[in-house]
Design a protein around this ligand. Structure first.
Ligand SMILES: C[S@@+](CC[C@H](N)C(=O)[O-])C[C@H]1O[C@@H](n2cnc3c(N)ncnc32)[C@H](O)[C@@H]1O
Length: 396
C-alpha cells in the first residue's frame, strides 16, 4: 500500500478508468450514500463508458466516449472523494482516502481475467415490468397483447412504475392494514398513477385496497368511471367534488395529490391532516398563493435581494411554499421527505412531498423555525389557514 498525493492518486484512477480493459469502477464521495458507478457498454457497435451517479435519491445515467469521458471523470474526481475502486481485466486499483485527506493506493494483479458485460440496457427491475403481459396495463391501453409497451405510452408506463416504487419504498407502506387500505386521490384527473398503485397492491402484493378518486371536473370523472368499469374492479370509485368538501367513508390510509393546482394541494394536505391519513404523496404545482404575498411584502434583511429578479422570486416562492407545507406536516407528526419525482406532462415542477404519520415528539424547535421562515419573508401559507384547529394550535 502506497501513500501518495491526491493528484497522483486521481491520475492513476483516471488512467485505469480510461483503459480499454475497464470492467467496472465505483467512486464514493461524502459521508452518505452518494455513489458513482462506471462500466463499459456497447451502444450501436461502439464501446462507451456508462456513468451512473446516485445522489442518495435518484440515479443519473450518462454514456461517454473518448475525451468527454476523461473530462467527466476528472470533474467527478475534483469533488473530494472517499474511495475509488477500479477493476480492469487484469488488475484491481483501490484508492482509499484517510480522514486527513491522504490517499492510500493498492494495486492487485488478478488471477483470472473477468470479462465485462457490455449490454447497454440491463433490465431495470420495475414493479410492473415490460415483457410480462398484464391485463391492467393492456386495458388502460399501454401494453400490447404480447406484453410490449407501445412506443407512445412509454412515458406514462415509466411514471406509473416510478409512482409505485416511490410509494412502496416508504417504510411500512406495504405492511398489511387492518382492513382494505383506503387510498384517496384528490384532483385525480385521469388517475392513471393511482390506478396503477391500486392494481399493484391488490394483484401483485395481495394487499386489499380501495381507491377513491375525487375531482370537480364531472367529464373527467365520467371517463374515470368508464375506465374502472372496463377494469371490472369493484374497489375503485370516483366522486365529483371539491377537495375540501369530500367526506371519506372511513379512516384514510393514503392521500395522493399529484399536480393538484395551487391551493388544491393545500386542500388535499388539510384533508390528510383532518383525517390523520397514514401516508401522503403530494406533487405540488402552480404555487400562486404565496407568490402574491411575496410580491407584496419586502422581506427582512439580506433576503430582500432575492425579490429583485422575477424568476428568482418565483422559484424561491415555490420552494418556500413547499418547505412551509413540509414543516406543517412535520409539526403535525409526520416524517417527511421531499424527493425528485419523474416530471409529469403538466409541469416542469417535479418535487414530491412524501410523508408518513409517526409518533409526535417535542416540536418546539420546528415551530420556532417555521415561525422564523414566515416572519423573514412576511408570508402565511394557505395550508396553515385551513389546517384543523389542533394543527393551528401547534403552529402558533
Ligand atoms: C393538473 S390536473 C392533475 C391530474 C392528475 N392528478 C395527474 O397528475 O395526472 C389537476 C386536476 O385537479 C382538479 N382540481 C383542481 N382543483 C380542484 C379542487 N379544488 N377540487 C377538486 N378537483 C380539483 C382538476 O379538475 C384537474 O383534474
Amino acid at each position: 500500500m502506497a501513500e501518495i498525493s491526491v493528484e497522483s492518486a486521481t491520475a492513476q484512477a483516471i488512467e485505469a478508468i480510461q483503459s480499454p480493459e475497464l470492467v467496472s469502477a465505483v467512486l464514493k464521495r461524502g459521508t452518505g450514500t452518494e455513489k458513482i458507478t462506471l462500466r463499459p457498454v456497447e451502444i450501436k457497435g461502439q464501446r462507451m463508458v456508462q456513468v451512473s451517479a446516485f445522489d442518495g435519491r435518484k440515479t443519473d445515467v450518462k454514456n461517454y466516449i473518448g475525451e468527454p469521458l476523461v473530462v467527466a471523470v476528472s470533474e467527478l474526481l475534483m469533488v473530494p472523494y472517499r474511495s475509488v475502486f477500479v477493476a480492469t481485466l487484469n488488475e484491481e486499483v483501490h484508492i482509499q482516502v484517510s480522514k486527513k485527506g491522504k490517499p492510500l493506493v493498492t494495486r492487485k494483479r488478478k488471477q483470472a481475467a473477468a470479462l465485462p458485460q457490455l449490454d447497454h440496457n440491463r433490465t431495470i427491475q420495475r414493479p410492473l415490468p415490460e415483457g410480462t403481459p398484464d391485463l391492467f396495463l393492456q386495458r388502460i391501453g399501454l401494453m400490447t397483447a404480447d406484453g410490449r409497451i407501445k412506443a407512445d405510452r412509454q412515458r406514462k408506463f415509466q411514471q406509473i412504475n416510478e409512482f409505485i416504487r416511490v410509494a412502496c419504498e416508504t417504510a411500512e407502506f406495504t405492511a398489511l392494514p387492518n382492513g382494505p387500505m383506503l387510498i384517496v386521490d384528490f384532483g385525480c384527473g385521469n388517475a392513471y398513477l393511482t390506478f396503477g398503485l391500486h392494481h399493484y397492491l391488490n394483484e401483485r402484493l395481495n394487499i386489499p385496497c380501495e381507491l377513491i378518486g375525487v375531482d370537480r371536473n364531472a367529464d373527467s370523472v365520467e371517463r374515470d368511471r368508464a375506465k374502472a368499469a372496463e377494469l371490472e374492479s369493484d374497489s375503485i370509485h370516483f366522486e365529483v367534488a371539491s377537495i375540501g368538501d369530500f367526506i371519506p367513508p372511513r379512516q384514510l390510509d393514503v392521500v395522493v395529490a399529484l399536480h393538484a393546482c395551487d391551493t388544491a394541494t393545500d386542500e388535499a394536505l388539510a384533508q390528510a391532516l383532518r383525517h390523520e391519513s397514514r401516508f401522503i404523496f403530494s406533487s405540488p404545482c402552480c404555487h400562486h398563493h404565496l407568490q402574491v404575498q411575496l410580491a407584496a411584502v419586502k422581506p427582512r434583511g439580506g433576503h430582500a435581494s432575492l425579490m429583485r429578479d422575477g424568476i428568482i422570486r418565483e422559484r424561491l416562492g415555490d420552494l418556500i411554499t413547499d418547505e412551509l407545507r413540509a414543516m406543517i406536516l412535520r409539526i403535525a407528526g409526520y416524517k417527511v421527505d421531499i424527493i425528485e419525482f419523474t416530471s409529469l406532462e403538466h409541469t416542469a415542477r417535479n418535487l414530491l412531498i412524501r410523508a408518513r404519520r409517526v409518533k409526535r415528539e417535542d416540536v418546539s424547535d420546528l415551530v420556532a423555525d417555521y415561525q422564523a421562515l414566515k416572519r423573514d419573508f412576511g408570508v402565511t401559507p394557505y395550508l396553515e389557514t385551513i389546517s384543523p384547529p389542533w394543527v393551528q394550535a401547534l403552529l402558533s
